[in-house]
Design a binder for this molecule. Structure first.
Ligand SMILES: [Zn+2]
Ligand SMILES: [Zn+2]
Length: 342
């Protein structure tokens, strides 16, 4: 292991983060665990952090909150993990004490510390985490599958299971289906036994989304509502996973069946939407947000991956190519998740 540490550090909002060598403090407090990072996911949230949308971010900071690694050392009191264990981490450290943490809803913990915003993240060779965030990786799961288990697979699992309360046999529309979240949401919805209609703005991505298991694919163009209605006997879909945000929001809403539920996970343009209240009242629709995965979601996401129900669709860049990776994500050219390998 090299000291100092190569890391991607954001020093100032709206400026490129620096790829540089630093010498962090490796002392571990009670419950803390030092990981060698095996793989890290690049998230749209990282771009928003760089752009200054989370002004409370504690600069300078090492970016990255999608973490798969190997335990190097453990602090006092850590008994569940030992050096050599392969682990995946939540995207945050929950406080472990509040009413949300005590009821298994730690994704809502207000005292949680998010990697890459409140505490140093994983765009580095090593990262300091806490045992409260960690789950062991089943043997069959690759570092690729583990790095996206919390912020992608687990988050989507949470959205479907706890927020949309999805049921086997229901129809699901997924927007932004060629993206990192969307293409794996297709696989998770199929694992729930649903019929999946997937929408993308990119003609080139249609085939890849079909390969990922979607029952039908279509373009999220002006005809999206008409096409979804046609595919569902004019009923609309039971659930929409809105992974884009403002550009597709209104169309997605109009694709919902009576009693249909929309879960919003994407906010790519960070702008507001208008909600036609009459429509959602008359059709008894609901619109909900969702944030992050809980530890149980992360465990179940890793299980789905081990069972082969979720097959990572990824492009891996070496950490040194972080700027290329970020640029690729901004241009929305990649299919699936972009990962960084230190
Ligand atoms: Zn993420
Ligand atoms: Zn808490």
């Amino acid at each position: 292991m090299r000291y100092p540490l190569r890391a991607v550090i954001l020093k100032k909002f709206k400026e490129l983060p620096e790829l540089t060598d630093i010498e962090p403090d490796w002392s571990l407090g009670p419950g803390e665990v030092l990981l060698e990072v095996e793989m890290s996911g690049l998230c749209y949230r990282d771009l928003l952090t760089v752009d200054g949308y989370f002004p409370r971010t504690k600069l300078p900071i090492i970016l990255g909150h999608e973490i798969a690694g190997k335990v190097l050392r453990v602090g006092d009191g850590v008994i569940s993990f030992k050096p050599g264990d392969r682990v995946a981490s939540l995207t945050y450290i929950p406080c472990g004490k509040c009413r949300y943490c005590k009821s298994g809803n730690e994704n809502l913990c207000k005292q949680r510390l998010t990697f890459g915003e409140d505490i140093n993240g994983s765009f580095a060779q090593m990262v300091k985490v806490h045992e409260r965030s960690l789950v062991k990786i089943p043997d069959k799961v690759t570092p690729e599958g583990a790095a996206m288990a919390a912020c992608v697979t687990g988050m989507v699992l949470h959205a479907f299971r706890h927020v949309a309360r999805i049921k086997e046999g229901e129809s699901v529309l997924i927007t932004g289906a060629g993206g990192g979240v969307g293409i794996h949401a297709v696989q998770v919805a199929k694992a729930f036994g649903c019929r999946v209609i997937a929408a993308t703005s990119s003609e080139e991505k249609l085939k890849h989304i079909l390969d990922a298991g979607a029952d039908e694919v279509l373009l999220s163009d002006d005809k999206m509502v008409e096409n979804v209605k046609r595919l569902t006997d004019n009923e609309g879909v039971d659930v929409v996973l809105e992974a884009v945000g403002q550009p597709t929001f209104d169309k997605s809403l109009r694709c919902l069946a009576w009693g249909g539920r929309m879960v919003v996970v994407g906010n790519v343009t960070v702008s507001s939407v208008e909600v036609p209240l009459g429509l959602i009242i008359l059709k008894a629709n609901s619109i909900a947000g969702t944030i992050a995965a809980t530890k149980r979601d992360l465990e179940d996401a890793l299980r789905l991956t081990a069972e082969g129900k979720v097959k990572p669709v990824v492009t891996v860049y070496p950490l040194e190519k972080v700027y290329d990776a970020m640029e690729k994500m901004r241009r929305k050219e990649s299919i699936g998740r972009i990962l960084l390998k230190p």
